[in-house]
Design a protein around this ligand. Structure first.
Ligand code: GLU
Length: 424
């Protein structure tokens, strides 16, 4: 594993500190009371579960999993499930809080939730991953459901994971419940366009952001950190917009080409070898260099905390579009702002995934399926509307895009809470 994709040692605060600092700033701008602040800072419900796994060799290993429901004032909990060696309760709490704001900002009728299992999926067979998924699902089954809390893929999980989750939940209920998870395979109620939706949304707003800072996307340059579910699609859609993708990295290394990588050929190379490393159409570079490359746009699309106080001053791009959740720390946000770097925050930039998750859930609930073109049109329309709204709010109130987006989201959640009233 390369240094870039690991949580950096110089991280000045935890992700939960960052999420809470963002909430505190928004509460300050909105003038909300300390009582409301305290309620929004705390997860409504959280569960920690033990997952005994029988390994293929017959031994038993006990893993730890979590599901946190941060808020459900606006609707059922919604958010991904992460399989990663770095998962802990505080990380899941932060990610759940960000889901609440993301859903509110994009005006999808959900609260925020997140789950995770502390495991490095690369060390386990497919059969073992299926057993982990099924046991985790059965442990959190009392909490989830199409009207309660709807999981989806995240780091280390995919549509196969969702199919196992849906099946496990359904077997327990005695009938098939398609709406319990999103991000499923098309054959079991997945939506057209869900697989590329996060990337599609990232690129839709990144292109708007480039135009906003006076850069024509056609011929602009970009670097993408991470070549998984989000980064790979982002590179592809950027190339389709005419943006030259000069550098990309994955967990194994990075490649660079001064005129732009042939993204289609790179994807074929990754399909054949499993990594961007060794791609003949580029030269190998240090993974860290991707974030500080001399480009117009960077898309950090891996994990949290990769742009931090230690490297933020070396970012040369004009725009950072957060494909990952929480890739820029609070301290780095300040450095980037001082240097005139526009950060398009995660809760806006990567919201395309949960928007199409919402479309998938709507389709499952109605048993009526939309074409890929319909999904795409509705996704892009929502992303651009959210971009315009956040930009207007930020401009009117002299705020960063992150603070503007967080304020808009927190206010919506607060309004829902206020009109429902405090029970009892
Ligand atoms: N894991 C994705 C995210 O962080 C998608 C969540 C969802 O679709 O519920 O936004």
């Amino acid at each position: 594993m390369t240094a870039t994709l690991e949580r950096p040692v110089s991280t000045e605060t935890s992700v939960l500190d960052d999420a809470r600092a963002q909430l505190a700033q928004a509460v300050g701008v909105l003038g909300l009371s300390p009582d409301v602040h305290a309620m929004l800072a705390e997860p409504r419900r959280e569960v920690s579960v033990s997952i005994p796994l029988r390994r293929d060799d017959g031994s038993v290993e006990v893993l730890r999993g979590y599901r946190v429901q941060h808020n459900y004032s606006r609707g059922p909990g919604k958010g991904g499930v992460r399989f990663d060696a770095r998962v802990d309760l505080d990380e899941v709490r932060a990610l759940a809080m960000w889901m609440t704001w993301k859903c509110a900002l994009l005006d999808v009728p959900y609260g925020g939730a997140k789950g995770g299992v502390r495991v490095d999926p690369r060390g386990y067979s497919t059969a073992e991953l299926e057993r982990i998924t099924r046991r985790y699902t059965s442990e959190i089954a009392p909490l989830i459901g199409p009207n309660q809390d709807i999981p989806a893929p995240d780091v280390g999980t995919d549509e196969q994971t969702m199919a196992w989750m849906m099946d496990t939940y359904s077997v327990g209920r005695g009938h098939t419940v398609l709406g319990v998870v999103t991000g499923k395979p098309i054959s079991v109620g997945g939506s057209q366009g869900r697989a590329g939706s996060t990337s599609r949304g990232v690129v839709a707003v990144a292109v708007e952001a480039l135009r906003h800072v006076g850069i024509d996307p056609e011929g602009a340059t970009a670097a993408v950190q991470g070549f998984g579910k989000v980064g790979r699609g982002a590179a592809r859609f950027l190339a389709r917009e005419g943006v030259r993708v000069l550098a990309v990295s994955d967990v194994n290394g990075a490649v660079h080409h001064p005129d732009g990588l042939d993204v289609e050929a790179l994807e074929a190379h990754v399909d054949a070898t499993g990594s961007v490393v060794g791609f003949p159409g580029g030269t190998p570079v240090e993974s860290d260099e991707v974030l500080t490359a001399d480009v117009d746009l960077i898309v950090p699309a891996a994990v949290e905390g990769v742009i931090h106080a230690g490297n933020a001053a070396r970012v040369r791009a004009r725009v950072v579009a957060e494909g990952a959740n929480g890739p820029v720390t609070t301290a780095a946000d300040e450095v980037l702002a001082a240097n005139g770097v526009l950060v398009v925050p995660d809760i806006l930039a990567n919201a395309g995934g949960v928007v199409v998750s919402y479309f998938e859930w709507v389709q499952a609930n109605q048993s009526y399926w939309w074409s890929e073109a319909e999904v795409d049109e509705r996704l892009v329309e929502r992303m651009i509307r959210a971009w315009n709204d956040v930009l207007a709010y930020a401009t009117d109130n002299q705020l960063s895009l992150r603070l503007a987006a967080t304020c808009m989201a927190v206010e919506r959640v607060y309004r829902a809470h206020e009109v429902r009233g405090l029970y009892p």
